[in-house]
Design a protein around this ligand. Structure first.
Ligand code: PMP
Length: 416
């Protein structure tokens, strides 16, 4: 392969950049599940902008809405003023996502990043309860600002300092280290007057830990967590930033447990087209914010509202859902095939984690990722030791392309 020139980036861009180190190529165009490099190489994308592209790159249906809106000089920067784009989004989101599931949430439009939604959720929980403690789970990832980092487990990332909350970390369900009844453990911490843990404002949980290694929580565990938090008057925050917007087959991952969290954070794919947007969904009676108490210049990008409205419409199309069910079955079959070949596989819907911790470890995972890349497939690693291959194809990927990507991955696993 031709050597690619990265001089400009090496010279001008901060060393903090990360994904470009794993995928050393200069990308230029993208369509559906395919990414194209400036030199013409094509890659199948099983990373999807870190789960921000559930509907694929440059989705035609969404693109038409955005281009029509721009062509008509639709308002782009609207702060948090009343706009037609926001009204359409709120209406469509309520009709598509909230009402069908009896979710009576108010929608708080946050800044462009998931991190900002997490910050808002934590602040709100503390304001509502008058407490400053939070229970989070080992392996959790909620963001890198000091508040969201305080509830993020990764030691390496926490070195710069965390802030804002008194956080107690508890093992996740069946996380590394084996079965541990973390709900019973939290119960003990909160019952024991000498546990050293004050009654917290909230428990924050990813219904499926992604960065932590693709660990889906069981419905039973989530229901027990819901029951426990209710019993103690502690708010339950579900972080759906990575697993929401249809990734696990239902719009929200927590739906499978039939629970109603008090607060939900949403970002990434909610902006439909990879456009920046995040939301906090909060139970109506929790909406005690003072005007402007959590605000920001880019709180509500109108283009993202337009894209997000179109994404909701896509989500409710019967054909979208039947095609998704087919893709989910296909990915599930691949997972079972790997399980029979003695790989540890976890996941739900269109999210699969192939755990190599007992099958070659981080070194092999990195080799699989690199070989897949060399053969035209983008996959990311996750897990405590970067030893889990995370497979996140677009929800609407066509089956031949899905199969082609899975073939590359299978070959990479076989030959490393
Ligand atoms: N929570 C979860 C579960 C996430 O996966 C992420 C991003 N990977 C975040 C929060 C932070 O979102 P963002 O990167 O948009 O700030």
């Amino acid at each position: 392969a031709k050597a690619v020139d990265f001089t400009v980036f090496d010279d001008l861009e901060s060393e903090v950049r990360v994904y470009c180190r794993k995928f050393p190529v200069v990308f230029h165009r993208a369509k559906g599940a395919e990414l194209y490099a400036a030199d013409g190489r094509m890659f199948i994308d099983f990373f999807c902008g870190a789960a921000a592209l559930n509907y694929g790159h440059n989705n035609d249906f969404i693109k038409r809405r955005i281009t029509e809106y721009l062509a008509a000089d639709g308002l782009v920067q609207g702060l948090d003023m009343y706009t037609v784009a926001k009204r359409d989004f709120l209406t469509t989101f309520a009709e598509t996502v909230l009402r069908p599931h009896d979710l009576d949430y108010k929608v708080q439009c946050c800044g462009p990043t998931g991190t900002d939604a997490v910050e808002a959720a934590l602040k709100l929980a503390c304001k509502v309860t008058g407490r400053r403690g939070v229970i989070a789970f080992s392996g959790a990832y909620h963001g890198l600002s000091r508040g969201s980092l305080a509830v993020t487990g990764e030691r390496q990332l926490r070195r710069g300092g965390t802030g804002g909350y008194d956080v107690t970390f508890v093992p996740y369900e069946d996380g590394p280290g084996g079965p541990f009844d973390s709900v019973a453990y939290i119960d003990r911490l909160l019952t024991d007057p000498s546990s050293g843990v004050d009654l917290p404002a909230a428990v924050i949980v990813e219904p499926m830990q992604m960065r932590g290694g693709v660990y889906p929580a069981s419905g039973d565990w989530l229901r027990r967590l819901r029951e426990l938090t209710e019993r103690y008057g502690v708010l339950l925050i579900c972080d759906e930033i990575q697993v929401g917007c249809g990734r696990t087959g239902t719009y929200f991952c927590f739906e499978h447990a039939r629970i109603t969290p008090d607060i939900v954070t949403v970002a990434k794919s909610v902006g439909g087209y990879g456009l920046p947007m995040s939301l906090v969904l909060l139970r109506r009676e929790l909406d005690i914010w003072e005007p402007g108490e959590h605000s920001g210049t880019f709180q509500g990008n109108q283009l993202a509202f337009v894209a997000a409205t179109a994404a909701c419409e896509l989500w409710r199309q019967p054909k979208f859902r039947t095609d998704l069910a087919v893709a989910v079955r296909r990915l599930g079959r691949f997972g079972r095939e790997l399980s029979t070949a003695d790989f540890t596989v976890r996941g739900a819907g269109m999210a699969l984690g192939i755990d190599l911790s007992d099958a070659g470890g981080p070194g092999r995972a990195a080799r699989v990722q690199r070989l897949a890349f060399d053969n035209g497939l983008i996959v990311e690693l996750c897990g405590r030791h970067e030893d889990v291959i995370k497979v996140l194809p677009p929800l609407n990927i066509d089956i031949p392309r899905l199969d082609r990507g899975l073939d590359v991955l299978r070959d990479a696993l076989r030959t490393t």
